[in-house]
Ligand binder design. Structure first.
Ligand code: HEM
Length: 381
């Protein structure tokens, strides 16, 4: 349902929002007088603004309750990380008696109330547009939410709760991942002056001394910047681990049995730093993503957006249109990896990697969700 929203013709309309927020970010940075600034929460103000406007079609700064929503988004992130980093809080029984749980409930309520209101208002506005046969509505910029409302109207299998869940997912998946990625890219450029200089030269070659807003074509020309972002996502993938629950038994080529119900984790961070795939893996070298240096690499050696049927839909923003836009096709061409190919690849790449990682933790760990990949003991812990 949502894939058409990620078509580059729609993303192009979003570019105005990204440009507006980028400008605000730069202005704010210029005014910053602190000697040391933690840039990550700073960046996330503008990525959250961008996500709100592209997902819900509202400006957080100009909407009643917007600032409350912003602080709830941040509080919620903190609550989750606090819980994840305190093993005893992972037991529901203990967690339910803590203040953190109470705060979590209140925060979720605030988040849901806000997005529910926006959805209801948006639905009413769209109804008015339709009944008044607003001739301009076709030219309007559609937010992701509008696509879901339209899909529901057209009889697709999604109810109000489903729409809200999608909007909430987008807000979290979209703003934090991009804020982290921008922060690390800035850090890497700051620490690698020669790359920063090269990128600066590229900016000058595209814009000269004109301070106009970047267009989609400009961005496509900025090949070095694209390589810097890709290399930054290799070193610091915003989502370092993905996990899947096995829905059927499986035996890998190496002969390891993984039972149904088992949780298997893919360590993207570790895979991206494998010396056999990336020589001098800790070095920031954007030229690893030159075509000639990539051709020999396994396609799943680089998976910052995961791969397969549940990969990142936002992948289209960073990776998809950049390559596909030039074909000027109006059809949506989702990047989907055939399931069997993905499974084969998991076997070869991710499981082998897991073997290396988990061997270190094996001794003394008796946790039913962790699979032992030690090649000497073909069994399960
Ligand atoms: C640097 C930016 C981003 C990175 C590195 C990233 C990474 C990922 C990864 C690794 C997954 C898969 C998680 C898993 O397999 O369990 C994922 C899923 C997802 N991402 Fe992103 N993401 C980014 C930006 C975005 C943006 C901008 C959006 C929305 C506009 C978005 C929306 C989603 C959604 C909805 C899913 C769930 C897909 C599904 O389960 O079918 N992401 N992302």
């Amino acid at each position: 349902m949502l894939t058409p929203t990620f078509h580059f013709s729609i993303l192009q309309k979003f570019l105005k929002i990204f440009n507006k927020e980028s400008k605000r970010f730069v202005e704010k940075l210029k005014k910053n007088t602190e000697e040391v600034t933690n840039i990550s929460p700073f960046v996330s103000i503008y990525t959250l603004n961008s996500m709100c406007e592209t997902s819900m079609g509202i400006s957080l700064n100009e909407t009643e309750g917007g600032e409350g929503y912003r602080s709830s988004v941040h509080d919620f992130g903190n609550i989750i990380f606090k819980r994840l980093s305190r093993p005893w809080l992972l037991f529901h029984f203990i967690y339910h008696f803590t203040n953190a749980y109470l705060k979590q409930k209140l925060t979720i309520k605030a988040l849901h109330n806000f997005s529910r209101n926006i959805i209801e208002t948006r639905k009413k506005d769209m109804e008015i547009d339709r009944t008044e046969k607003n001739r301009d509505s076709g030219k309007k910029r559609l937010a992701l939410l509008d696509m879901l409302i339209l899909a529901q109207k057209n009889g697709e299998d999604i109810d109000d709760e489903g729409i809200q869940e999608e909007v909430d997912t987008f807000m979290f998946e979209g703003h934090d991942t991009t804020a982290i990625s921008i922060s690390f890219t800035l850090m890497l450029l700051a620490n690698n002056k020669h790359c920063q200089d090269k990128l600066y030269e590229e900016i000058i070659s595209v814009f000269g001394d004109d301070d106009r807003e970047p267009t989609h074509t400009d961005l496509q020309e900025m090949k070095y910047m694209e390589r810097c972002i890709k290399e930054s996502l290799r070193l610091y993938p915003s989502v370092p681990i993905v996990a899947r629950m096995m829905d059927e038994d499986m035996t890998t080529r190496q002969g390891y049995f993984i039972p149904k119900g088992c949780v298997v984790a893919g360590m993207i961070y570790d895979m991206h730093r494998r010396a056999d795939l990336y020589p001098e893996p800790d070095k920031f070298d954007p030229d690893r993503f030159l075509l000639e240096n990539m051709s020999e690499r396994h396609p799943f050696a680089y998976i910052p957006f995961s791969a397969g049927p549940r990969n990142c839909i936002g992948n289209e923003i960073v990776d998809g249109p950049a390559q596909k836009a030039s074909s000027e096709d109006n059809e949506v061409t989702p990047i989907a990896v055939p399931k069997h190919e993905f499974i084969q690849s998991i076997k070869k790449e991710i499981f082998v990697e897991l073997g290396k990682e988990f061997r270190n933790y094996r001794k003394g760990l008796k946790y039913k969700n962790i699979v032992n990949y030690n090649p000497l003991e073909k069994n399960i812990l």
